[in-house]
Structures are given as structure tokens and as C-alpha cells.
Design a protein around this ligand. Sequence first.
Ligand code: FNR
Length: 407
Amino acid sequence: MSKLARAASIEDLRQLARKRLPRVVFDFIDGAAGNERTLRENQQCFADWQLMPRVGVDVSDRSLATRIVGHDAKLPLILAPTGLAGMFYPGGEMAAASAAEAAGIPYCLSTNSVASIEEVAAAVPGGDRWFQLYIMKDRGLTDALLERAARSGYRVLCVTVDLPIQGKRDRDVRNSFTVPLRPRPGTILDVASHPRWLIGLLRSNVRFGNFVGSEPEGFTSIAKLVGTLFDPSANWDDIARIREKWKGPVVVKGVLHPDDARRAVEIGCDGVIVSNHGGRQLDQVPASVTALPAIAEAVGGRAEVILDSGVRRGTDILVARALGASACMIGRAFLWGLASGGQAGVTRTIDILRDELDNALALLGQRRFVDVGHQSAIRSHDHRHGVPRQAENVNAEPGRPRLASGG
Ligand code: FNR
């Protein structure tokens, strides 16, 4: 049995990726901002909720199928936009997009990809492809990215709004993470002791594929790229203008406050992605799962609500569903699979989450994922602060979430 097939959980894939990648690259994926408190909370706060199973239900025939932003999907999962996937495995963006297509789920290409908008579209013409946009200082460049994505058949535009400037990520500063990697004694040793990854890297042309000609010269940190090109003055007027320009669905990624979710709906966005960028931007913000119920209530079914950040288990996806999300995005979970084995590794990530979700759905006493509602989640005792809270139905609380769909 291969190492991939033996990986039983997303954490197992993380350990495989840790072996396969030089430290500088592993840390770029694994790390987050500041004290990495939000990174930890994103996972731990799923434990603030418990699943309440029902028994005596015929669960012999089950379905995980759903619709995500107006399109059929076989699973409530989306591969999140992640910069530099092609640095983790040769052709990383194409590998991930192909795995997503085969699994019947959307793939979202990042602005900061290694392969360009056109290269990914040519290699994976089918599938539900989304494009993630950062708003550039040069609005001509922003519009050009939009036009290129539309011409190349990307269906959904995902505007990321939580990165006016780059979060401070200590691991990347300490490791001098740049594109291309800056040769320093520590980095050379680190890289040389991972020959399989290095051979792949030498076959690849790692650069910011969508910015050839406009990116900063030489060794570029992500912070430098962001500082040079991205617009910290971008605001809701710009998002509204982009909403007007893009003919298909628009989702806004990086919302934690219900008022911001309302604003996104008011300007006509089709979806709100509750996200803190996997803890990579402002540290010490709420976990996405903590922010989800109030956002689901604020949106009130007028747009789709998607949960992003911290998803590592099928049970996490069920909790998100019970709190009002239609689907979940995964970032690191699929990058660890990608780094461990290219397309087969991403497929392994999706298989693990599909199996866990299917197993959990049956044990919850539900036949269809879309039918999971607020009755399925109750608040846990607050273990982290040692304050026992009475288990209660979410719906019994003041300000309870109203679910977007599926009750
Ligand atoms: C990201 N993320 C991200 N988001 C985005 O909108 N554009 C981007 O280019 C990137 N790049 C990126 C690179 C890497 C290496 C990671 C790990 C993440 C954030 C990503 O879309 C998503 O929000 C988080 O990864 C979700 O958290 P989990 O699933 O990793 O816990």
C-alpha cells in the first residue's frame, strides 16, 4: 500500500508533506500570522459544538450531493484559492484543478498562482473553475485579470477582502521565504536534503504566473508583491464596481462581521465566505466557525454562506452545515495532499473528507447532507475556559442563526 493510501486523516497527509517539503516551504503553508492563535482556534472552536445524532433512521442510501453557488457539486467542498501551489508540486494548480474536476467539486484559482489563468483553463477545460481576485492599485491590471478569467471560462469570481496588506507571518520572516527561494546557507542545506522536491522544482518555472512583466524584480517576498501591486485603499465601492463588471456569480471571501456580510448581500453578491484566511492575516480574530452563526443570520438566506478556515474532518463540515453553511472551503488540507503526491495526493485529501463526511452523516442519522439543519448541533460545555455551559439547541438562543437553506 502506498504512503498516500495509508494516510488515514488530513493530519497524516500533513506529516507526509512535512517530510516531502523543505522546512521553508512547509512553514509557508503551515504557518500563520502573529502568535498563530487564530490558526489554532480555527480548528479548536469546532469543539464548541457537538453533533446530536438520531437513531432508528434508515441510512442505507445516502447522498452528499449539493449545489454550490448555483452549480451541482458531488460534495459540499471547494478547493480554496492558494498562491504558489506550483511551488509545492510541479504543475500544482493543474493537479489540484484536475482532482477537483474528477471529484465533482469547484476549484478556485488564486491571483498569486504559479500557472496562469490561461494555462490552468487550457489544461483543465472542464470542471467548475472559480477565479480569486485581489484588487490591484492599477485598476487596469484588475480589469485585465477579470477579463482574462471571463475569457478563459471561470464561472465564479471570488473577491478576497481580508488582505489590504499582508499579515505578519513570523515563520516566513525567519526562513526568508521568497520567490524564487533566496539561496542562503540554511536554505541550501534544507532544500538539498529534499531531493525529490528539488528535482520537481528544477523542472518548474516558479513565478507569479498572472503577473509576468508586472511583478517586482528579483527575490520577492509575498509581502513585497502585495505592497507593490495590491491596493490597501480598496473598499466596498470597488467591490460593487467589480460586481457590476463580472457577469457571473460573485462571492466575497474573508468576512467575519455580520454587517460586512449584509453589505456584500446589499451590493448583489451571491455568496459570503466566512473566513480569516486560515489565520494568516490578522491574528486574534474569531475562528470562522465562531463567526458563522451570526453571519448566517445576517444573510438570512439572501445569499449563500460558505465556511472557510480550519476544516480538517468530515465532522467539521457537518457542524458548518448545521450552523448555516452550504459548503466548506479547504486550503491547507488539500495543499498537504498536493505536496505529498500531486493530483493523487489531492484526490486522497478529497477521498478522506468524503469518507469521513459520509460516515458521520450515517451515524448522525441523516440520509442527505442538504437536510442537515440546526437540530444537529448543540453547544458543548466550554472546555477551554472551564465554564460548563448547559447544552442547548442553537435555536433556543437569542440571536440564533436562521439557516440559509435546508432548515
Ligand atoms: C492561502 N490563502 C489564500 N487565500 C486567497 O484568497 N488567495 C490566496 O492567494 C491565498 N493563498 C494562500 C496560500 C497558502 C499557502 C495558504 C495555506 C492559504 C487562504 C486560503 O484560501 C484559505 O482561506 C485558508 O487556507 C483556509 O484555511 P485552512 O483550510 O488552510 O485552515
